[in-house]
Design a protein around this ligand. Structure first.
Ligand SMILES: O=c1[nH]c(=O)c2[nH]c(=O)[nH]c2[nH]1
Length: 304
């Protein structure tokens, strides 16, 4: 007999906007998020026997996302995600785990004539702040925070040579190339016992996000990069050092290639090697380099 070996369901792409109005100053602060919330538990009968009695309707899940946004803080997003995920396992005995992903979109306060505007904002880039919180009955709350879609480029200060050469290799070695990527970084917090523990850690979440973003940009800019691998490892190391509550840091970095263009066919124009100025950005294929770096000794962690 086949059986349901794994199942989760819920609502995805729930768009939420919340405004905070400071009555004393008149300054408003806005948050815009896209939320995904998926439940796991004793729900197999809904698949195998059309038993809807175990189904918390995805519409109710959506309603809960909005009610929690109204009744709790949505900032830092780690606290909102943890509050939402633990709600489902506390409210429904047959739901054993709730996976909540919150993607926060940028609304950066406008600066008008050198003064921060009290209620006007701009979308300065498609970079997102991400949080995934999973409340698992009896196992506390796992929180992973991250950055997605932070697009960066350096026009020099990146090399790639000494790589394995064999009968499949055509790539020339380079000591000076363009390096560009869309940063996808995740830092994983030591597990929290409950929502109160997450709330207690609240100030650390913004600090960690700021540190991770700053480290990412600084390493990217300042590292004399031997490869994407070597540069991303340094970023992970620095984040582990800066954020004591984090035990694992992951990066996933596309290597977005910019190809040199030989224009010598037109009146002998020199545009390669040291004369290269005009390049062709590639939309694909791209390299994709991933790693996770963990606190502690190598042999203590079998996961690679
Ligand atoms: O930084 C790099 N890492 C690679 O693994 C790789 N492979 C490749 O073709 N170019 C690069 N660049």
């Amino acid at each position: 007999m086949p059986f349901v070996s794994s199942a989760r369901y819920g609502k995805d792409n729930v768009r939420v906007y919340k405004v905070h109005r400071d009555q004393a100053t008149g300054v408003q602060t806005v948050y815009e998020m896209t939320v995904c919330c998926l439940l796991e538990g004793d729900i197999a009968s809904s698949y195998t026997h059309a038993d809807n009695s175990v189904v918390v309707a995805t519409d109710s899940i959506k309603n809960t996302i909005y009610i929690t946004a109204k009744q709790s803080t949505v900032h830092p997003p780690e606290v909102y995600a943890a509050t939402l995920s633990s709600h489902f396992i506390e409210k429904y005995g047959h739901i054993h785990a709730a996976h909540v992903k919150v993607v926060t979109h940028r609304w950066t306060r406008m600066d008008i004539d050198g003064t921060p505007h009290p209620h006007s904002f701009l979308r300065d880039g498609e970079e997102k702040r991400t949080v995934e919180a999973t409340a698992h009955r009896g196992e506390g709350i796992a929180v992973d925070s991250g950055i997605q879609g932070l697009t960066v480029l350096k026009s020099t200060g990146s090399a790639f040579h000494g790589f394995l050469r064999d009968e499949y290799t055509t790539l020339p070695e380079t000591w000076d190339r363009i390096l560009s990527t869309d940063v996808d970084s995740t830092w994983k917090w030591a597990r929290f016992a409950d929502v109160q523990a997450v709330e207690k850690a609240a100030p650390q979440f913004d600090q960690a996000w700021e540190a991770a973003r700053k480290i990412t940009l600084k390493q990217f800019a300042e590292d004399n990069s031997a490869s994407v691998q070597a540069t991303m490892y340094k970023m992970c190391e620095n984040i582990l050092e800066a954020v004591p509550g984090v035990n694992h840091v992951e990066y996933s970095l596309p290597n977005k290639h910019y190809f040199e263009l030989d224009l010598s066919w037109h009146k002998g124009i020199k545009n390669t090697g040291k004369d290269a100025e005009v390049y062709v950005p590639q939309s694909g294929p791209n390299g994709l380099i991933k790693c996770e770096v963990s606190r502690g000794e190598k042999d203590a962690k079998p996961k690679l």
